[in-house]
Ligand binder design. Structure first.
Ligand code: COI
Length: 350
């Protein structure tokens, strides 16, 4: 499909302090905008990043037919721009689209369009250690209609943000036993906007009590660990890597599956299974749980220092360089930067 390019007249890059990047506050010069109508993708355009005008009755604002992805681009040590496993995000995006009654986005628009966008915005990919270009593809319903039904028109957009770390220190997280994120048969596995909107209230309550994030538990019993609001959760228990198995309620994270693959390649035992909160807390107390961390595109590998449960705090051991979470972070980082051979074919060069 032909991509029409309307370049910027003057870059805004000088307005951004690349030495002090926050997460998600600065936006690169261009964005890709594709329009869907009459049962087909009609046009794909790259245009200056900026505001778009919509009607108050636009359906996505009312009924939440809106999905997104998150990917990261890096400047390799040879200066080339590379993205970590974007094909996986494209496939997951279309699974979310199917669940939310939205059209699939073809590879040539999602990945082909991304390539063209990154060629134009390559100066925005940070070179500094720990920084990257966060890539946000998303799609939303655009019909002007107040009935509850799938929209017949959609927009697919990709914009880019140069970012620093999402979390800057080891986290304090609290086990949530009142509210839920997802239930069997629901949309928890999809990356739709409502999953995140629905997580805000419980997370805000935890923030007020001094926690950074929450550990969601299963909707039926609140006894089993699911994921955090912004990432999958992983634990090292008796030397094995333990994480919730994917299913209706768990996001099939790209960082999650990469960490599991690396662990297997290193000969570590990997257990995708139910983990009872009781087992977790007792394991911290008796020393069998040696590491806890989040895994996600934005968060990468986010160490957890403390887990709060039923009014008490349980501290994980101090981090050491020999910890699995430290070694796996280094491995992923080196692959993304082209510092070690990409033996698993995870790097997508622009
Ligand atoms: C990501 O990790 O890319 C996400 O979409 C999570 C979001 C909370 C930033």
């Amino acid at each position: 499909m032909q991509i029409h390019i309307e370049p910027i007249s003057k870059s805004r890059i000088d307005q951004v302090d690349f030495d002090h990047l926050a997460f998600g506050r600065s936006f690169a010069d261009h964005m890709l905008v594709a329009e869907y109508a009459d049962g087909a993708w009609q046009s794909v355009k790259i245009q200056p990043y900026g505001s778009l005008e919509y009607q108050p009755a636009m359906m996505s604002l009312h009924y939440g037919q809106s999905i997104f992805e998150g990917m990261k681009g890096y400047r390799g040590k040879d200066g080339s721009i590379q993205v970590f496993r974007p094909e996986e995000n494209w496939k997951r995006f279309n699974k979310s689209a199917y669940r939310m009654c939205m059209p699939e986005v073809p590879e040539e628009i999602f990945l082909g369009g991304l390539r063209e966008l990154l060629k134009l915005d390559q100066a925005w990919v940070p070179a500094k250690e720990g920084c990257s270009l966060y890539i946000r593809p998303f799609m939303f319903a655009t019909d002007e209609y107040v009935g509850v039904t799938p929209s017949s028109t959609y927009k697919f957009i990709i914009f880019n943000c140069p970012v620093g770390s999402y979390y800057s220190k080891p986290l304090r997280v609290r086990v949530e036993t009142e509210y839920i994120r997802a239930a069997k048969g629901g949309v928890g596995f999809a990356k739709n906007a409502g999953n995140y909107g629905g997580s805000l209230f419980a997370t805000q309550n935890a923030n007020k009590d001094g926690y950074d994030q929450i550990i969601w538990t299963d909707a039926a019993t609140h006894q089993y660990v699911e994921e955090a609001g912004t990432m999958n959760l992983m634990f090292v228990i008796n030397g094995a890597l333990v994480t919730a198995a994917t299913g209706d309620t768990i996001l099939d994270g790209v960082t999650r599956k990469s960490v599991l693959q690396i662990a297997k390649d290193w000969g570590m035992e990997v257990q995708e299974r139910q983990l009872a909160v009781k087992e977790l807390i007792e394991g911290i107390q008796n020393g069998s749980v040696t590491e806890a961390f989040g895994a996600g595109t934005a968060a990468v590998i986010a160490p957890i220092a403390t887990i709060g449960f039923e009014g008490k705090d349980y501290d994980l051991p101090e981090r050491k360089d020999s910890d699995f979470s430290v070694r796996v972070y280094n491995e992923i980082n080196q692959i993304r930067l082209g510092e070690i051979p990409d033996t698993r074919n995870w790097v997508w060069k622009v």
